[in-house]
Design a protein around this ligand. Structure first.
Ligand SMILES: Cc1ncc(C[n+]2csc(CCOP(=O)(O)OP(=O)(O)O)c2C)c(N)n1
Ligand SMILES: [Mg+2]
Length: 621
């Protein structure tokens, strides 16, 4: 069949399905795009010619559309995603940040940046990077280190092997991430004889591999010998739909559970084995248990510094690790017993191997008591009365209004840490904080993808003023697509998270406020100036077509959240919060390197504290 390379690719993508546990679904929910000369006549033509193949979504920022595809993929537990098509040059490189985010979070997205003419006839085409000593380079080479698979389609028939390799990686639970097929604009439009078989419906089975039996036996032996085992649930628990298996294992064995950002929601917040978030942004319940654990079972976690409190969380001198992970790279970390396998299948097998064994009653009761004590702390922070409101009270108001199946979305600033501590999760898909890349600007765009993947759930976006300013343009896409998002715009006039980090490290919030420059300086926190910039983000949101409410108090916020329920398009509720009324950190530490020499006394003092704290960093080798 005579097709252009772009037409063949679009038909192929529309015919891809995945199946897990006997449930089959389409892999591509559609295609986001922004057209330019690099894709309008190739992929653009293919989408236009056959609009029923892939729903086309017109995005506003290429970075934003990759975030939306990531939000979709995460909500689908990696069993679906979107394709993203761009022009060449800036349109293409605008996706690099999104690609890195997808790869860091191990979430599948298919990126189709346009590329310069393969024929080189018009060289240099508009936006072409010319590298005098490297004839085959283009800006798209930036995608190589941030992609799990990269290819450039130099000839139309090459679309066949490239697309098959792309799918192999996208559906591979251990390897998945951004897949980039750079597509020269002339090749997109060139015709070739496409084999029929390439276009036929193809179902990719997603297996649930089990680890090696010897490794399982070693792990079971370690667990049976442990007095204070702790399980750390990461994103892999959620993606593998293992929360029921986890619950059964915990109830039988009494092993308590701390959750990473991606793993939060693995257990309902009020389960007696649930210790909540662990690590830098963790609860005292999880961090106290971590400090004394003699065996740590990581499930589907990549052990980021936030989870390990920069390797200070696990303080028992003989602590050992067991790592359940579908990828051997993560399973091998911390010199752990590597259980390379699917989280659900492995937890079920471990439960069999641990038949008849359980932790001691006192240890089980300790976890239940910590769970209750922590929840009392959450209630205290939700109830803080303050003018302007405290961020914790804003979280409490949103949590109260949200139903158990609704989703909270966030990514950067002070909010993700506060949510990790305070959000009461009741559903495994109810908590969606992107903290692998913690990318400002993910929030609204990512939430659009979440909503497209789960239309029956209300999606609450908690976004800081800084993140909003960086990337809010997909609000327009949400308006266009009539997608309901409830965006709570939490305004503290600057970068409060980095401001407090800066103050703790001796640099007084320098460069983190929205202030006029006065006397050549941007000001610091302690100068007390209230000379803020006249930025009105609510008015901005209104101008983009969103329904906008303003709330001055927590009571008003609750009213607006209720009112927002009746809306059908995106709603933005702007609320000003106190920049300094933060949620404390609970028995944890984060390694941020402080200047070794400085003219500033506060920095020298911070360096001393830093050196003292660093002594506790372990290597776990
Ligand atoms: C794209 C990007 N740039 C920079 C950072 C570093 N950073 C982390 S939080 C933050 C400030 C966020 O400000 P805002 O959204 O207002 O949240 P707040 O800290 O005030 O809660 C910055 C600059 C980042 N995470 N992402
Ligand atoms: Mg802010």
């Amino acid at each position: 069949m005579r097709l252009t390379a772009a037409q063949a690719l679009v038909r192929f993508l529309a015919a891809q399905y995945v199946e897990r546990d006997g449930v089959e679904q389409r892999f591509f929910g559609g295609c986001f795009g922004i057209f330019g000369h690099g894709n309008v006549a190739g992929i653009g033509e293919a989408l236009y010619e056959s609009p029923d193949l892939l729903t086309y979504y017109q995005a506003r920022s290429e970075q934003g559309m990759v975030h939306a595809a990531v939000g979709y993929a995460r909500m689908k537990n990696r069993l679906g995603t979107m394709a993203c098509t761009t022009s060449i040059g800036p349109g293409a490189t605008n996706m690099v940040t999104g690609a890195a985010l997808a790869t860091v979070n191990r979430l599948p997205v298919l990126l189709l940046p346009g590329d310069v003419f393969a024929s080189r006839r018009p060289d240099p085409v508009l936006q072409q990077l010319e590298v005098p000593w490297l004839g085959d380079a283009s800006v798209n080479d930036c995608f190589r280190p941030v992609s799990r698979y990269f290819d450039r389609i130099w000839r139309p028939e090459q679309v066949v092997p490239a697309a098959l390799q792309a799918m192999r990686v996208l559906v591979n639970q251990a390897e998945t991430g951004a897949v980039t097929l750079a597509f020269p604009q002339d090749v997109q439009a060139e015709a070739f004889d496409c084999p029929e078989g390439f276009l036929r419906k193809r179902v990719w089975s997603i297996p649930r591999p089990l680890p090696d039996e010897d490794a399982l036996a070693r792990a079971a032996k370690l667990i049976r010998a442990a007095k204070r085992p702790l399980l750390v649930a990461g994103g892999g628990v959620i993606y593998s739909e293992a929360s029921d298996a986890l619950l059964r294992l915990c109830e039988r064995t009494g092993i308590p559970v701390g959750e990473t950002q991606a793993g939060k929601g693995s257990l309902p917040f009020d389960h007696p084995s649930a210790l909540g978030g662990i690590g830098v942004t963790g609860t005292f319940a999880a961090n106290r248990s971590a400090a004394r654990a003699d065996l740590v079972i990581g499930v589907g976690t990549r052990w980021s510094d936030f989870t390990t409190a920069s390797k200070t969380a696990f303080r028992d001198s003989d602590v050992r690790f067991v790592n359940v992970n579908v990828g051997d790279f993560d399973a091998a970390k911390h010199a752990g017993v590597a259980l390379v396998g699917d989280a659900r299948a492995t937890l079920e097998r471990l439960a069999e191997l641990l038949e008849g064994w359980s932790v001691g009653d006192a240890y089980r009761e300790e976890a239940a008591r910590l769970n209750r004590e922590w929840d009392a702390e959450v209630s205290r922070l939700y109830a803080i009365e303050h003018d302007p409101p405290a961020q914790s009270a804003v979280i409490g108001a949103v949590n109260d209004v949200a139903r158990s199946q609704d989703v909270v979305v966030c990514a950067a600033g002070s909010m993700p840490g506060d949510l990790h501590k305070l959000w009461r999760t009741r559903d495994a898909k109810g908590y969606h904080v992107e903290y692998g890349y913690s990318c400002m600007g993910y929030e609204i765009a990512g939430a659009l993808g979440v909503k497209l993947a789960a239309p029956g759930r209300e999606v609450y976006v908690l976004v800081g003023d800084g993140s909003y300013l960086m990337l809010s343009s997909e609000l327009v896409t949400a308006v266009q697509e009539r997608q309901k998002l409830t965006v709570v715009l939490v305004d503290n006039r600057g970068y409060s998270s980095i401001g407090s980090l800066s103050r703790s490290l001796g640099t007084d919030g320098f460069g983190t406020l929205y202030r006029y420059r006065t006397n050549g300086s941007l000001g610091v926190d302690s100068d007390g100036s209230t000379d803020f910039l006249p930025v009105d983000l609510a008015a901005n949101a209104e101008s983009l077509g969103a329904m906008v409410f303003r709330a001055k108090t927590v009571a008003e916020l609750r009213e607006r959240l209720e009112a927002a329920k009746a809306e059908t398009g995106p709603v933005v509720i702007a609320v000003e919060v106190d920049r300094y009324e933060g949620v404390p950190s609970y028995e944890s530490w984060w390694d941020v390197a402080v200047a070794e020499v400085s003219e500033v006394a506060d920095v020298r003092a911070a360096r001393e504290r830093y050196e003292a704290a660093r002594v506790d960093e372990r290597s776990h080798v």
